[in-house]
Design a protein around this ligand. Sequence first.
Ligand code: CLF
Ligand code: SF4
Length: 487
Amino acid sequence: MNLASEAACPTVSGDITKHPCYSEEAHRYFARMHVPVAPACNIQCHYCNRKFDCANESRPGVVSELLSPEEATRKVEGVAAQLLQLSVVGIAGPGDPLANAGQTFRTFRGVRGAVPDVTLCLSTNGLTLMKHIGEIVELGIAHVTITINAVDPDIGSQIYGWVYDEEENRKYEGREAASLLISRQLMGLKALSDKGVLVKVNSVLIPGVNDGHLAVVSRTVKELGAFMHNIMPLIIAPGSRYEQEGRLAPTPRLLHAVQAACGEEGSRIMRHCRQCRADAIGLLGEDRSEDFTREKLDSAPMLDLEARRQMQSDLEEKVRQLEGRKAARIAAGKMAKTADCACASAETPPDEVSGAGYRLRVAVASRGEGRVNLHFGHAKEFMVYETDGEIVSFLGIRKVQAYCQGRANCNGDKAATLREIIAGLSDCSALFSAGIGKVPEAKLRAAGIIPVVKPGAVEELLLEHAKYERYLLSPLPGETGRQRAGS
Ligand code: CLF
Ligand code: SF4
């Protein structure tokens, strides 16, 4: 599309207070819903297999069902009537939404008419973005995600198998394919940013391919107006080229290092992404799609926009309070800006406990609201923080299999699950939860991770813990150091 012809278009201005992906604070209270209306794709990423969800925005796993735009609209209406904190409706696959532009925009129009208070959100590989800028702006889609894994075609050619250009009816391969895709992505990003759309760039971190390149991507997209950069660890779909090549996902350490490098380029870094399915519903990290099946939606109550307004304005107030507290802590030097995460570095050991390099890395079991409020056994993910005793930084999410799978699966191999959880948190020196059984408590302790059972506000608990640890480990005159409690 010719940008000049777009000059008369209105602009949109995105707000992040109610968007769970764009605001770390909002994600504690507000829910999003994805509607899977877009099965086809116009490119081939080497980590993807079309039978599985789009790895741009989802973890591998077949979507339960594809929806027509009309079905999707009805579903959004039913979910919005019950899940009053639903603030965002996104289209993120399972293919590329703009390779299915008809279904995608019909869905957005339907949703806009049926539930006018939700924010519309679009995620795309960006190949055909320029063709759709006008419609995006006209529909008031104020949040768009573009997945950009490389800005160098030589690196891109190791990520993309082919790119299909519909207008020319031509399939490109190799460097030419990557070059075409990258140029379209960057043009689309700039055009959207110029229109006031908040563009988030997602990048899949692929060890050995783009790990050393993502800082350049971050700098480039920031210069073109990207609001935020989300670096997502590679998830390799079964049957994909990368699986056949035996590629591996990045370690948490590499992920943190790349996030830190991108933060140094000045980008606002998203750290709370859950790599959701293309049909996810609920708070991030809490997929409730099973609660909203067709049958259950048939008995949904009527949509009550006033009830939604009241509930969401209460939640917005909570988000503002959190933001206010965070701003005050940053001003007082007690917290790092998430954007640059001052004390987060993967290059040095995380648990230096004396001297200027003092840092503790801690895992937290939480069901949200910034609190330790979840039993260890029920956690399907842990939030990882780092603190130097003054500043608390949120580092990211570690997904795990829950240790307790309910009575039905209680006889499963819990020892293996526990070993995996402990291995995944091996860089943490403590784990905070609202409760823990005797076996995991002993195993964590044996692995050098102190289990702390203490519900409460995460930041306060971590600062208190760091103070205590520092005291215990600081040498007394004539000593080399005291014994850490419980270790
Ligand atoms: Fe969905 Fe994506 Fe919109 Fe969010 S997800 S389309 S921006 S509403 Fe969010 Fe999920 Fe991460 Fe995506 S946590 S995978 S970043
Ligand atoms: Fe798969 Fe998404 Fe890449 Fe298309 S853009 S190939 S659906 S990961």
